[in-house]
Write a protein that binds this ligand. Structure first.
Ligand code: HBI
Length: 361
């Protein structure tokens, strides 16, 4: 039994939706570690909510999102930085833990790693975005080679230190997702409504395919959302808000398919698993994490990236996909226990290499 301290993303409270996929990822990792009889404590910005998992809420100014910066963005910390205060807490309490797991895609936790006595594991939540982050993660990857985990090989490929990355993939509490064998005549799109997620392609495709599209997620970029509505006035789209998992999975299950149209290298694509778990096939660009999740022709269709025509022809072939196969595939490698096995391997390697390095000191 190990004592684990999980430090969340500083861009939003857990449950706000601003933290994007990492909110669900952290919760699922905490649950699968607890199921393995480890003790888990989570540190996150105040306003966070986590049922039945010990949570330390930290006040302070949220960090700006890394994907809204340019490649040469400077490392910045706002005054009264919640990230700084979260790592102050970690520093003062590190002797109570065996491993600290960092979920922030920020410079500070990586810079602080060699200054801590406690082992620090880093789950990198996105592909390469800025030079500053690439350099500091690479430094940790070379000094502490077992400690960097990613969600997909495609994500690792975006970094020079790809061979030092452990592929954790992701895992979900599949008991929260109900299989739905009988969808309505509609497609689904789920995610932060922001340019890197490429919603406009999904809208263009369903306008041609003449099928309604339901959209769930936080509207992170209002002007982007407005421009989509202005550019596709005839598309049958309906914005259905940002729903908690329980409600989202019920609504998602009613769709004939989920469309995934990322512009960037999506590190993983949590919603792909959430869809498969409900029996919903996934039509995705052959790009990033979703291309490693979707089994072309079996659990959905992989499409030439940025090809609207490709999306339209995949929509026309949806009846080839068996919805029961989608659910089965999710259970095969994306359950909490499947991820738990991968977590054990990752954390064991970190503790082993930590002990051996102590041994040789
Ligand atoms: N940006 N600076 C910063 N730090 C994060 O932890 C972060 C982010 N942008 C997005 C994000 N985390 C999450 O949405 C990940 O799930 C992608």
């Amino acid at each position: 039994m190990a004592r684990l301290l999980l430090l969340s993303t500083p861009v939003g409270a857990i449950g706000s939706g601003l933290g994007g996929g990492v909110e669900l990822t952290l919760t699922n990792i905490a649950r699968s570690l607890i199921a393995l009889n480890h003790s888990v404590t989570v540190v996150a910005p105040e306003g966070s909510a986590l049922e039945d998992i010990p949570l330390i809420q930290i006040p302070g100014h949220l960090q700006i999102t890394a994907q809204s910066q340019g490649r040469d963005a400077l490392v910045t910390l706002p005054p009264n930085s919640v990230l700084g205060k979260m790592w102050d807490y970690a520093r003062h309490n590190q002797s109570d833990y065996d491993v600290i797991i960092n979920f922030a895609y920020d410079w500070l936790p990586f810079y602080l790693t060699p200054f801590f006595d406690c082992a620090i594991a880093h789950l990198v939540s996105m592909g390469s975005l800025t030079d500053a982050m690439d350099h500091i993660i690479e430094q940790v990857a070379s000094s502490f080679p077992t400690t960097i985990a990613v969600h997909s090989l495609a994500q690792a490929e975006t970094f020079r230190f790809k061979d030092a990355c452990f592929n954790l993939k992701n895992g979900f509490d599949l008991t929260q997702y109900q299989f739905n064998p009988t969808p309505k005549h509609q497609l689904a799109w789920v995610g932060r409504i922001a340019p890197e997620k490429g919603l406009e392609d999904a809208v263009a495709a369903i306008e041609k395919a003449r099928i309604p599209l339901k959209i769930w997620g936080v509207i992170q970029d209002e002007s982007y959302w407005q421009s989509i509505q202005a550019n596709y006035p005839d598309a049958a789209i309906e914005y259905c808000g940002f729903l908690p998992t329980q409600d989202l999975q019920k609504a998602l299950g009613e769709s004939q398919a989920l469309l995934m149209t990322p512009r960037w290298v999506e590190a993983f694509g949590n919603v792909a698993i959430e869809a498969l778990a409900c029996g919903v096939p996934v039509i995705a660009y052959r790009r990033g994490g979703p291309a490693e999740i979707v089994k072309d022709g079996k659990t959905g269709w992989l499409v030439e990236p940025d090809s609207i025509e490709g999306l339209v022809s995949a929509i026309a072939k949806l009846d080839h996909i068996d919805r029961a196969m989608c659910r089965q595939d999710a259970e095969l490698e994306y359950s909490l226990s499947a991820m738990g096995n991968r977590l054990e391997i990752w954390l064991d390697r970190i503790v082993q290499s930590r002990n051996s390095s102590f041994g040789c000191a």
